[in-house]
Design a protein around this ligand. Structure first.
Ligand code: PLP
Length: 307
């Protein structure tokens, strides 16, 4: 019987049972873990299968043997969500669900032979915080970090590992640096000066109606939202190009936006303290944000009716 650990974090308070993670867990010791973040919409995890696909792919990329089957992960996520919604005042609350899998617990040392357990599995669920209409409109203020994105030959960003120090440091070194204007998050370039992605999101710009984003081969996460937004834009007959570009391209763009499961499609209105042409959410960003929400709504309806 597998016991996933659910942490219900409500108003910042951990209210779960003792989750008892070992200090000898390789996730804790080495960042030797994988994770996914999926959110629910009206009680349904619309992209769960895509996230489980990516978890399996990440496991392949780092030769991690997943201790549970995909069906078990799916079932435990759904059961935990059900338990979450049974809490007082939570019956209709949508969640941020983080799925963490570590290579296991064992003796110190890197060899697989040191590991004494199957991979360990933890879930963290907490209420999702929806941005306000003003936040959608006002967009994000980003800073291009001096720190470079991991090279895919070193720690492939396509693998969603729990080793996020690259993103953590880029965030701390930009957002927590004293500046006259506040910064929300960081974008990283590679050693060739090309823009890659943000700390936890993919990035796009729009110029003369053409939607551009870095290609997967540059070394980024194959974002599930990125993928869907590209498809939605192409269905609307927008031209989408996956191209390498330097940071200046973002500053000259008509619009910039980011994508992620949590941020969905969110405008960027200032970069490195410079106001972009579009000081509020631009028309293409808005159109794609609404298309994305429509597509989510359709998926919810489909999954609810089981069709
Ligand atoms: C580095 C990075 N890039 C992009 C994304 C966006 O991916 P998705 O759209 O699948 O949430 C994430 C999400 O966590 C991320 O961590």
């Amino acid at each position: 019987m597998i016991q996933p650990h659910a942490i219900f974090n409500i108003n910042g308070m951990i209210t779960s049972e003792d989750i008892g993670i070992s200090v000898l867990d390789r996730g804790y010791l080495y960042g030797d873990s994988l994770y996914e973040v999926v959110r629910s919409y009206r009680g349904v995890f619309v992209h769960l299968e895509e996230h489980l696909d990516r978890l399996e792919n990440s496991a392949r990329l780092c030769s991690m043997k997943l201790g549970q089957s995909r069906a078990v992960y799916r079932e435990q996520i759904l059961r935990t969500f059900e338990a979450f919604q049974k809490q007082p005042d939570m019956s209709r609350t949508d969640v941020y669900c983080r799925i963490i899998v570590t290579r296991g617990v064992g003796r110190i040392g890197f060899a697989h032979s040191k590991i004494q357990t199957p991979s360990q599995f933890t879930l963290i669920l907490m209420p999702i915080e929806e941005p306000s209409p003003d936040q959608w409109k006002q967009g994000l203020h980003l800073w291009i970090a001096d720190r470079l994105r991991n090279d895919s030959r070193a720690l492939d960003p396509a693998m969603k590992s729990g080793n996020y120090l690259n993103s953590v440091l880029a965030y701390l070194e930009t957002v927590e640096t004293q500046r006259s204007l506040p910064v929300d998050d960081a974008v990283l370039c590679n050693s060739e000066g090309h823009v890659t992605e943000g700390t936890t999101f993919n990035i796009f710009y729009v110029r003369r109606g053409i939607v551009c984003t870095p290609p997967l081969e540059i070394g980024i996460l194959d974002g599930i939202t990125r993928r869907e937004v590209i498809e939605l834009a192409r269905n609307e007959k927008m031209e989408v190009r996956e191209v390498r570009f330097p940071r200046e391209r973002l500053l000259e763009a008509d619009e910039v936006f980011v994508t992620s499961s949590i941020k969905e499609v969110m405008a960027v209105t200032r970069i490195n303290g410079i106001d972009l042409k579009s000081r509020q959410e631009g028309p293409v960003t808005r159109a794609l944000r609404l298309l994305y929400r429509d597509s989510v709504d359709q998926r919810v309806a489909k999954l609810e009716t089981g069709l």
